[in-house]
Design a protein around this ligand. Sequence first.
Ligand code: N01
Length: 546
Amino acid sequence: MAQAELDQGAHFDAIVVGAGFAGMYTLHRFRQLGMTTRIYEAGDDVGGTWYWNRYPGARCDAESLAYSYSFSPELEQEWEWSERYATQPEILKYAVHVSERFDLRRDIRFERRVTQAHYDDTAGVWRVATDSGDSASAPLLIMATGCLSVPNTPELTGLDNFRGKRYHASQWPHEPVSFEGERVGIIGTGSSAVQAIPVIAGTAQQLTVFQRTPNFSVPAMNGPLDPEFVRAFKSHYREHRDYHKRGLSSGFGDLEVVPRERTPMALTAANLSDEALDAICDSYWQTGGARFMGAVADALLNEETNRRVAAYVHRKIRETVKDPQTAEDLCPTSHPIGTKRICVDINYYETYNQPHVELVNINRSPIERITASGVQLADRHVELDTLILATGFDAMTGALLKIDIRGSNGQRLADKWAEGPRTYLGLMMAGFPNLFTITGPGSPSVLSNMLVSIEQHVDFICDCLTYMREHGYRKVETSLDKEDEWVAHVNEVASATLFPKAGSWYMGANIPGKPRVFMPYAAGVGAYREVCDRVAADGYRGFVFH
Ligand code: N01
């Protein structure tokens, strides 16, 4: 079937790469502008991140009522989320529902991975090819490829020798996976593993967690949504959406709208006694969720405040985990809290109190190699039936650089970004006309509720296309000067925070050889939206039209 529908020399007004939340909304808006649009998607269904990441326990760490599209009041009223933090299957169901409700699927070609996108200066079009043999062109190319879509598989000696079952968290099978009676090992302790470990421990006979760096995790305090609360929330949906868009919430979708002067954003820890700070941390801990990092305004700005907040979490870990050595190994000390994405868990630390769950600190007991039957540590061999890699992603730039993208005069994106990503507003690169990145590096993206940032970018692009139409322009690009200015600004904002102090994936530090640059824009979605709105009001300052 796929072969019968190959695009051969097809021409569209726009080509979109990826049918996750960004690609789907782009298609919907472009249709409203009367544009013919083709999406190419590598998976066999919509959903992006939520299509691929099916590991046990996968769920969103933003509130479900906030992690959803805002563009359709009817959609947001009719869709019912069942839990405070939606599970992966429920979010995927939502994505499929949106694709059907807005009749998006007919313009999406599934199981087609875009391998190449070259700009033809003479014709003024992007020429796109897929691994299935599609060839198509369009004046406009939208990269909706996601920020965390290229799995990182570390080079572990002997990995391919393992004869048991092996999975990567982000490439999980579509069929159910059973751990009943199995000895399971998991490498990595980031957000994916922190969600998966308690669930796998529920059925595995033995679970061994191989940890290189502990991460800070806060309890989700998940639970079913109270229908009465949902009804009240939905009756004020616009107000909540506005609050999220203006960046007054933590970025994870706070469900209470409070005036700015009453938000923790107005509270710094400098004048707080330890008892007062503990009381604030306690109330955030009990409320649950990643908004914990917003308990005080300067947690990510001031080292001493950060140290005090981290000490609070260390105390919680030591109170929870009974074995003192395991508790110490779980206490992160190598990076300030929040500078690596904080994890949100359901019974993560408690899981280590179960007798069949073991934490191996691989700094003390290094992995020498993977063998046919398990993991050879420096001091012993761990026998395994199943080995799970929860080792993260080549974040933010990985998906773009995997595609052979060449702009004006054949310039390769890989060359342009050799020293790290460079964009204007995280939306466009000089030398790559009519190519927009949704939530690209240099925009708030992964530091925000992705749905908020996706809608803002797509709306900005649509407004820009309308402006072009009104003025008779066919081509938009940005200049090197503007790009340099924005990159400097992004760096300046990051260096005023503690983010650069961690070897995080935000910095590209998890991928050997990747340039170390803090990639997202850390000023928040509200400030960023204001910048974009001013740029647009100034006739799209920094963009050049032809
Ligand atoms: O990946 P990670 P993730 N040997 O990069 C370890 C989003 N997300 O998939 O820190 C041993 O955070 C690595 O160790 P170290 C969210 O934004 C969201 O968990 O490099 N270990 C680390 O422990 C998140 O931040 C949700 O020392 C190795 C782990 O693997 C992002 O995705 C859920 C290793 C990788 O952690 C990525 O999360 C899940 C090696 N050779 C994900 N190589 C929610 O919405 C790597 N590691 C809740």
